[in-house]
Design a protein around this ligand. Structure first.
Ligand code: 77G
Ligand code: MG
Length: 214
């Protein structure tokens, strides 16, 4: 029977990456996406910007919205300090199952908690279910029309503190116009646009980094 793209991506990781070596997992996925099949990972170009933000923030708590095949999950977690925790939400059970295996191959299972479900359902439960006070860094990479409502939800649930960083993928392509409008005009955020390209293409895209001012 026909395999899915996430299954083929996982096979490429298991074939070309070294177990327990997160950077080789990242490299294997980028190679697969450049040489075989495009997939909606943040990719190597935007990934370098992601790396620089993670390194600068040096977060103890990270929330990722939209795991897909765990490319950015592994990329972020490989840069975290020893006791830091990354919670990643994935809506699609098939993608979650693939992501778990990519995370295991990278050897990052003790830093990453993958939760299956919709962001809107889980954000209000974060504090009680995961003993989280606030997130130092949030990486938004899920449904583009959920960036704004989920940001407002995180504010309402007290999950952001003065200095929390939001980093949003795809603000140009596919685009998140309502989120950009809100975050760039709100007195509660200081935003910066990092111009780049849609993963593995020459199409313009970028990341929007926003600091919550409290
Ligand atoms: N926990 C949760 N809660 C809510 N939604 C949740 C979720 N967990 C998952 N999802 C559902 C996310 C589905 C994937 C989101 N990402 C995207 O849709 C995406 C699309 C492109 C793209 C660009 C140009 C094209 F021509 C085609 C596609 C590129 C990207 O970098 C993208 O991140
Ligand atoms: Mg994306």
């Amino acid at each position: 029977t026909q395999t899915t793209r996430p299954q083929r991506l996982l096979a490429a990781v298991q074939k070309n990456a070294t177990r327990g070596d997160p950077r080789s997992v990242v490299k294997a996925i980028d190679q697969f996406c450049r040489q075989k099949e495009w997939a909606m990972n943040v990719g190597d170009e935007k990934g370098c910007i992601l790396d620089s933000v993670v390194t600068e923030v040096n977060p103890a708590t990270v929330l990722e919205l939209g795991t897909y095949c765990a490319y950015s999950t592994v990329r972020i977690a490989s840069l975290l300090p020893p006791h830091a925790k990354l919670i990643t939400l994935e809506f699609n059970p098939h993608n979650a199952a693939i992501a778990r295996q990519v995370i295991a191959w990278a050897g990052l299972g003790d830093k990453i908690q993958l939760v299956e479900g919709a962001s809107g359902d889980w954000i209000p439960k974060m504090k009680e279910k995961f003993a989280i006070e606030t997130f130092d860094l949030v990486f938004l990479d899920h449904w583009k029309d959920r960036y704004l409502p989920d940001t407002k939800l995180m504010e309402e649930c007290g999950l952001l503190r003065k200095g929390s960083i939001l980093l949003a993928d795809n603000v140009i392509c596919p685009g998140t116009p309502d989120y950009l409008e809100y975050i760039r005009n709100s007195p509660r955020y200081k935003s910066q646009y990092f111009r780049s390209h849609l993963e593995y293409t020459k199409v313009e895209d970028g990341l929007e980094k926003s600091v919550f001012l409290g």
